[in-house]
Design a protein around this ligand. Sequence first.
Ligand code: AMP
Length: 583
Amino acid sequence: MNELIVGIDLGTTNSAIGVVDSGFPILLADEDGKRIMPSAVWIGEDGSVEVGRKALRRRAVDGSRVITSVKRLIGREPSAAENQALFGKSPEEISALILAELKRVAEWRLGQGVSKAVITVPAYFHDGQRQATKRAGEWAGLEVVRIINEPTAAALSYGLERLGERSRVAVYDLGGGTFDLSVLEMQDGVFQVLATHGDTRLGGDDLDLTMATVMARRAGIEWQDLPSDQRVRWLVEAERVKCSLSHRDEETFAIPFYDGLNSFSTELTREQWQEWMQPWIARTIACCHKALNDARLQPQEMNAVVLVGGSTRIPAVRAAVERCFGKVADVSQHPDEAIALGATIQAGMLSGAMKHMTLLDVTPLSLGIETLGGLMNVLIPRNTTIPCKAGEMFTNAVAGQTAMRIRVLQGEREMARDNWELGQVDVPFAPAPKGQARIGVQFRLDENGILEVLARDVSTGKDRVLVIEHSAVDVSDEKVGKMVSESVEYAFTDMSERIWTEAKLKAEELLPAVDAALVMGSHWLEEEERLAIEQSREEVQNALLGHDANILKRAVQALDRATESLAARMVEQAIDQASSGSP
Ligand code: AMP
């Protein structure tokens, strides 16, 4: 059974938690059936705590003790005023309360304990903010197995990894309190953030405040004169009207008995509302241009544009983004669920619950076979797009050999023994002198990552086929990371070992040839030349006893030189014999 890892979107305004169930990412709903939980915490005077919707409900009666948007403070030292607003708790502690509530909902839904999570953070979060988020998770009783960028999660939820290597995606995220635009590029199977720009003080809340302020003024009230609990009523109504105007042309804004006596009510049209929003929308578009500029890309170079965050439901926002990028935006996912869903997909990939999901259709590690001397011979290098095929011709190392063992390997190390063996097959062939047999080996990797190895004895045309049952691209990120980092760590020793092995193979091939030549050419050899060859030969033999590739290579070169003229004479003789034998 796969271990359970949940995916969490810890948002400024709202949060959500999900898990992969039977191969599908799903978000977990609370007791009220809600999959989205407000990132709000109420702390009572006696220290009691309520989180989420329950906390928000306290807003009207005990608004000053309801903490929202704590994400803005995480990972930095809060000011004295901020500290007071958190009732002495740190932003991490408040975030931990939100995470603990999400964990509780998940455990209640799943009927089992939850201890591991993937949590998303904005792309612009620096290391301190990421560490603080991780700590908050740990305080909530969760081991944070990975922190991922929100735009990356959004791209995952839209399945954009299918666009392939080098594809570029713009993620426009306009939530309740923050805005950011990230430009991603798929590199080596993962989305890299090329640039990100945003405004941590720009979101749906500002729109609510704009509407509430204008409406209050229409009622003859100045916003700053309103006590905070009164303000909440105007803000809540503004948000309702704002959301309604995203799908209706007209809506009534009403605050009954706003001062205990008088009621206020007025009609608002979408057209009018859009005009008020224009400056805010224009600010987000300016950020888009800045991010594109940083990434040195033109808007039309994006392969996809996705919208996330509740405020992207506003039709005027969508229209502005589409105008900016000259492209229809992908809105097929719930804008406020996309990030949590992406976090869940990432969690599923890490736990193995989403087996058939590969980030990109490329080989995560090189595929090859073991050749003479225990070396790795790569046929399909790492990061090759699949499907693909590659082949090479091999020969027998020993005279009279009747079979060749093909060991199929995966990994980045130079020596076969340090890579993983995926399988092996013996290919029989007719006995032949050394180097005469011809065995063609072909690797075919299909779109599901299934590797088929075909080995053919060229002289008979007989094939042997080996199919590696489990997908060769379905390797956990962790294992790939370990293999790649080991190949870097051992690059030097691995390479020296390869150079040594290759030099040794060459020497071992040369020595018997020299011995044969010494016998065959004995009658032409001057004593001096014979001595020189024998001395060089001995040096090669001595070098083989050591382990220094350079000494061995030099000795082999010296032996090559010493036998040059003997070899030339033998070739001449062979030509003479051939021509005298011919008619
Ligand atoms: P998020 O932070 O992504 O959860 O987004 C929350 C913000 O989206 C809040 O400001 C909501 O008022 C806003 N929002 C949600 N639905 C709509 C809608 N239909 N029209 C306009 N704004 C919306």
